[in-house]
Every structure is written in structure tokens, then in C-alpha cells.
Design a protein around this ligand. Structure first.
Ligand SMILES: [Zn+2]
Length: 146
């Protein structure tokens, strides 16, 4: 996605909502170079990427699955479409031009975003990914990362 004013490709998503027919996302972006703002209508990008799990198993990247894991981290607390789309679009921007990554790398991209947006979702996501079992697992993670 490039800026319509200066063609710079570094832009920030300010807002997003699903189009009325549900087939695309309307995003409001700001150019990080010239600071102009503009709207885009984007189809979900099909990301061709394979993920290597900790077990060594390989699977295709699946946006839906990523969404669900993030929704789970927010539990029943408020996660708007805008917020979810923002997290996913930021994570996916790191995945473009890659063919294969470790699941750990994907989890780290998600965690980087969650850390800024919502601390308890951040901890919950890390817990789900790393299989925290004891109070010490949580405390250790919090002490190291927050
Ligand atoms: Zn620009």
C-alpha cells in the first residue's frame, strides 16, 4: 500500500471497518513520510506462507486461525473489529515477501502488537503460546517483559 500523494510505502492504519457487503475493508491511512491521510478499500490480501510449528509440523498461514487466537487472548473483553484488523494488518505487513517462518516468529509479531495495545491480552497470548502452567511461569514472563 503506497501513499497516493508521495508514493511512499510506509503508512499507518488509523481506522478500519468492514465494507457494507463484507468483501473488503475500508482503511484510513496516514503516510509516515508526508503525513497526508487517505482512505483505501482493500481486499484481504492472500498471504502465501507456510508456518513451521514447534513440533516441526508445517502448515499454511491461516488468517482466520490467527484472528481466533487473538480473539481468545482478549477473552470476552472488548475487541472491536477495528482493533482486531489493526493488529492483523500490522502482523501481516511483516509477513509479506516471506515464504516460510517459524510459528514462534509469528507469535512474536502478534505479541509486539498486543504489548502496545493491551497488556492483559499480551500476557494471555503469551500464556497460550508458551503453555504457562504455574504462577511462576506468569511472574517470570511479566518480570522479563513488562
Ligand atoms: Zn505521502
Amino acid at each position: 500500500m503506497y501513499c497516493i500523494y508521495c508514493w511512499n510505502t510506509d503508512t499507518k492504519v488509523l481506522d478500519s471497518r468492514l465494507s457494507e457487503d463484507g468483501s473488503s475493508i475500508k482503511r484510513r491511512r496516514e503516510c509516515l513520510n508526508c503525513s497526508n491521510r487517505f482512505n483505501t478499500f482493500e481486499k484481504y490480501e492472500k498471504i502465501e506462507l507456510t508456518i513451521e510449528k514447534k513440533s516441526g509440523k508445517i502448515e499454511d498461514y491461516n488468517r482466520k486461525k490467527l484472528e481466533e487466537s487473538i480473539q481468545k487472548a482478549f477473552n470476552k473483553r472488548n475487541l472491536s473489529f477495528k482493533k482486531l484488523d489493526l493488529i492483523i494488518s500490522q502482523v501481516e505487513s511483516k509477513l509479506l515477501n516471506k515464504r516460510k517462518i517459524a510459528s514462534e516468529e509469528l507469535a512474536n509479531y502478534v505479541l509486539e502488537n498486543l504489548k502496545e495495545i493491551d497488556e492483559s491480552a499480551y500476557i494471555r497470548y503469551a500464556s497460550a503460546y508458551n503453555n504457562f502452567k504455574t504462577k511462576e511461569d506468569y511472574l517470570d514472563f511479566i518480570n522479563k517483559n513488562l
